[in-house]
Design a protein around this ligand. Structure first.
Ligand SMILES: Cc1cc2nc3c(=O)[nH]c(=O)nc-3n(C[C@H](O)[C@H](O)[C@H](O)COP(=O)(O)O)c2cc1C
Length: 369
């Protein structure tokens, strides 16, 4: 006998009832303007995927310096705020909660996309090794970043707050802090990228300081219950190395407890950024970190309907993210519900371009359901 689906149970996140437990996780698609302004094409894309219970809008940069790639959207200008409004409204069409993922890439940027044309800034002057930057002219080595001063750190903390305030003004229900995938927050957490000797480096208490300051600053502009945090605890993608990841991320999750956050969003160990890899030998089981958290947990990475249902049935997750499946299947919840076949992901148009590979994936005809 087929077990009852839990993916279609409603759930309350941040005090908001969601129609189902299916999450559109943040997916960078590079369809904003060259000035990081959302476009009508993005509105169409999110409208198509509005059947999720929670829509987490793609990585959105908090300042012009925070970006690594062209055509990534931002939340730092009045023009951007105005242009987000119809996109957010479209994503809310079917009752989804809509969060913005706030992003600063730190050392994953490059002088070619920095406003001052100089290398990016990061916790310590340690370049990413083992990976290459995807520049307009092909892959090139990462540069040695400049070390952030404490005054610059304070400015970035404040910029997260401003972006959160702008998110509220644009109609977002909440924000997700991107603390995963070796970006700036993760660079502070990991001792491989943080060699600072001030209050932001050294012991765990210091390396988690930036994360907690950012959350506190954002919570000045919206309730903590509308702030989520995303972590990729087992990933060493983009040279995210720590001498003891298990101790680090267990401590991070414990420190997030008691803040009254909307959710913790965990990326599965077999995900390296946007691709599936072998589970690292020293990976931390998602269930063990999830069990440390006192609020709602989202798990994303390599899941399909069946494994997603299992995560819910086993009590590991409260909601499940489906990234690549949602790119290729805009009406993924309806397809899950009706057990309809899924479209495969096509390589064309994943990052940048126009409608091809973005808004041209078919939805099921309603009459056929
Ligand atoms: C095209 C693409 C863009 C992505 N952009 C982001 C992003 O902006 N922020 C983020 O945290 N993760 C990003 N990811 C990672 C996804 O959110 C997700 O963790 C990953 O795809 C694994 O889930 P899946 O197996 O369901 O696709 C991206 C993944 C893909 C495929």
């Amino acid at each position: 006998m087929e077990r009852r689906s839990r993916l279609f149970d409603s759930v309350v996140v941040g005090g908001q009832p969601l129609p189902n437990r299916i999450v559109l996780p943040p997916l960078t698609r590079s369809r904003a303007t060259d000035h990081g302004v959302p476009t009508p094409l993005m509105e169409e894309y999110y409208r198509q995927r509005s059947g999720a219970g929670l829509v987490i809008i793609e990585g959105t940069v908090i300042t012009p310096q925070a970006t690594a790639y062209p055509r990534v959207p931002g939340l730092y200008s009045a023009e951007q705020v105005a242009a987000w409004r119809p996109v957010v409204a479209a994503a809310k069409r079917d009752g989804a909660a809509v969060y913005a993922q706030l992003w600063h890439v730190g050392r994953q940027s490059h002088s070619s996309v920095q406003p001052d044309g100089l290398p990016p800034k990061a916790p310590s002057p340690i370049p990413i090794t083992g990976f290459q930057y995807r520049s307009a002219n092909g892959r090139i080595p990462y540069e040695t970043p400049r070390e952030l001063t404490t005054a610059e750190i304070a400015d970035i903390v404040q910029a997260y707050g401003t972006a959160a305030r702008n998110a509220v003004r644009a109609g977002f229900d909440g924000v997700e802090l991107h603390a995963a995938n070796g970006y700036l927050v993760d660079q502070f957490l990991n001792d491989g990228s943080n060699h600072r000797t001030d209050q932001y480096g050294g012991p765990l208490e210091n390396r988690t300081r930036f994360l907690l300051e950012v959350i506190a600053e954002m919570a000045r502009h919206l309730p903590a219950g509308r702030i989520g945090v995303r972590l990729s605890p087992s990933s060493d993608w983009m040279d995210a190395h720590d001498s003891d990841k298990r101790a680090l991320y267990s401590a991070v999750v414990r420190r997030l407890n008691g803040l009254g956050l909307a959710y913790l969003h965990l990326v599965e160990p077999e995900i390296a950024g946007s691709t599936t890899v072998d589970r690292p030998a020293d990976s931390i089981p998602t269930a063990s970190l999830a069990s440390l958290f006192d609020g709602a947990v989202i798990v994303t990475g390599g899941h399909d309907q069946e494994s997603g249902e299992r995560l819910l049935a086993d009590g590991i997750a409260d909601l499940v993210g489906f990234g690549r499946l949602f790119i290729a299947n805009p009406d993924l919840p309806r397809r899950f519900r009706t057990r309809a076949p899924l479209e495969p992901l096509r390589p064309a148009g994943i990052y940048g371009g126009g409608p091809e590979g973005y808004t041209d994936y078919p939805s099921l005809a309603i009459s056929g359901v």
